[in-house]
Design a protein around this ligand. Structure first.
Ligand SMILES: [Zn+2]
Length: 322
């Protein structure tokens, strides 16, 4: 099966080692347009290229960028980065990232109108570039399924049903938001095996994680590099994140685990020096340098690592084969 990327198409049999939840850059919607002097976009592109190139020596063939509206997605900048790293396939997303309110545009238009926008990104291309989205993104955070969030979840589900493109979510795992997402998707008729419940690795509650898996979805253990800090108290420690993945593997769930970093080569939410200080191990290569060795020490096999990094991404995109 062919998937669109930033630079063409890739066959799902050739995805290889895939980082399923990363960001080349995260921008506050509208701020770079309003205050362009605050951004040196050329320098940002150059720095992200330098960071992304680090994955090549670890054999990474594909990176999925889950930036959408709400995270300042700019395909033209992402294309500039991808053109300089031809060794890697970059898959991009459509959808909407909000914890509560919708942009005014969507507040007074219905679910199907929003779904049509997502379908257009999937069938025709994004922002006039011809680059098509191959994954749908939505979010539920601590405020829960507010009216705005519910509209997004249902629009994403409907765009998925029309196109077959799979869904990757953001959740606040501490409040078990993934279960609500699964309920809404199920109401819309979505096969839950086409869904990754993202940021599940922020929880060490095995009962919750196994419930998500038993309902049919993948769990995104996708924030390796973001660890407990007094400024970020919701995150587990390195040891905690590793232990949880190892325990799920031991119980036979490697087929439902996705590994990634949610790393942002650039993010404007904080000054970058603060980001580096809060999360010094957050990079596109941390899983290969530190996490896999720690998992192997805890009994995770090479076959299970391959399952999580190669087989599960391929099956998620292909569908049907679960
Ligand atoms: Zn993310």
């Amino acid at each position: 099966m062919k998937l669109p990327t930033l630079t063409g198409e890739v066959d799902t049999s050739e995805l290889g080692i895939t980082l399923m939840h990363e960001h080349l850059m995260v921008l506050s919607d509208g701020v770079p347009e309003a205050f362009p002097h605050a951004y040196d976009l050329d320098a940002i592109v150059e720095d992200v290229v330098r960071q992304v190139r680090q994955v090549i020596r670890h054999g990474v063939r594909t990176m999925v960028d889950l930036s959408v509206l709400g995270l300042g997605r700019r395909i033209s900048l992402m294309q500039r980065i991808a053109a300089q790293v031809p060794e890697v396939n970059f898959i991009v997303a459509t959808g909407l990232y909000t914890y509560n309110e919708l942009p005014h545009y969507f507040q007074n238009r219905d679910i199907d109108h929003m779904a049509e926008m997502f379908v257009r990104d999937i069938r025709q291309g994004i922002q006039g570039t011809g680059v098509r989205a191959a994954v749908l993104k939505c979010a539920t955070d601590e405020p829960g399924v507010t009216p705005g969030v519910e509209k997004v979840l249902r629009a994403v589900a409907r765009a998925h049903l029309q196109t077959g493109v799979p869904i990757y979510t953001h959740t606040h795992a501490g409040t078990r938001r993934g279960l609500e997402q699964q309920r809404i998707f199920q109401e819309e008729g979505v096969d839950l095996s086409r869904v990754v419940i993202g940021h599940s690795g922020d929880s060490e509650d095995l009962g919750y994680l196994i419930a998500l898996i038993e309902n049919g979805s993948y769990v995104g253990m996708d924030r390796f590099g973001l660890y407990h800090h007094e400024a970020m108290p919701i995150f587990p420690t390195f040891e905690g994140r590793v232990r949880t993945v190892a325990e799920l593997c031991k119980r036979g769930y490697a087929e439902r685990i996705i590994l990634s970093h949610d790393c942002c080569g650039f993010i404007d939410w904080f000054p970058m020096e603060v980001v580096r200080q809060l999360a010094p191990r957050w990079s596109y290569t941390h899983i290969f340098e530190d996490v896999i060795p720690a998992l192997r020490e805890q009994g995770v096999t090479e076959a299970q690592v391959q399952q999580m990094l190669v087989e599960n991404p391929r099956r998620f995109f292909e569908g049907g084969a679960s």
